[in-house]
Design a protein around this ligand. Structure first.
Ligand code: FES
Length: 115
């Protein structure tokens, strides 16, 4: 008899500007921001708690995972204008990135600063 894990975890690599790396193990279905904050990942502040009003959850998501995500909403794009660090084409607000099994192994870059 085979037992399937009810919630298989996925792994995400978060890389800071100094090259240091943190690994996040998370359950799909929650936002990248929530999973990172719960795991005490350094570099995602999320001052607004995910209500899309702070831009302190800014991250850059590498290809090919970035293409697995729905495009940002107008509100997300507008709020990214308030990010403390320069916005890249791969920039997203991590509170709007919902984790799913296809994102296992995703590489995420953290900005130099969130404030
Ligand atoms: Fe504030 Fe994402 S947590 S915009």
């Amino acid at each position: 008899m085979t037992f399937l894990e009810p919630h298989p975890m996925i792994s995400i690599r978060l890389i800071a500007t100094d090259g240091s790396e943190q690994t996040l193990r998370a359950i799909p279905g929650q936002s990248l921001m929530k999973a990172a904050v719960d795991a005490n990942i350094t570099g995602i502040e999320a001052d607004c708690g995910g209500t899309l009003t702070c831009a302190t959850c800014h991250v850059m998501i590498e290809a090919p995972w970035a293409e697995q995500l729905p495009p940002p909403s107008r509100d997300e794009t507008d709020m990214l204008d308030f990010a403390a660090s320069p916005v890249q084409p791969s920039s997203r607000l991590s509170c709007q990135v919902v984790l799913k099994p296809e994102l296992d192994g995703m590489v995420v870059h953290l900005p130099a600063s969130q404030h």
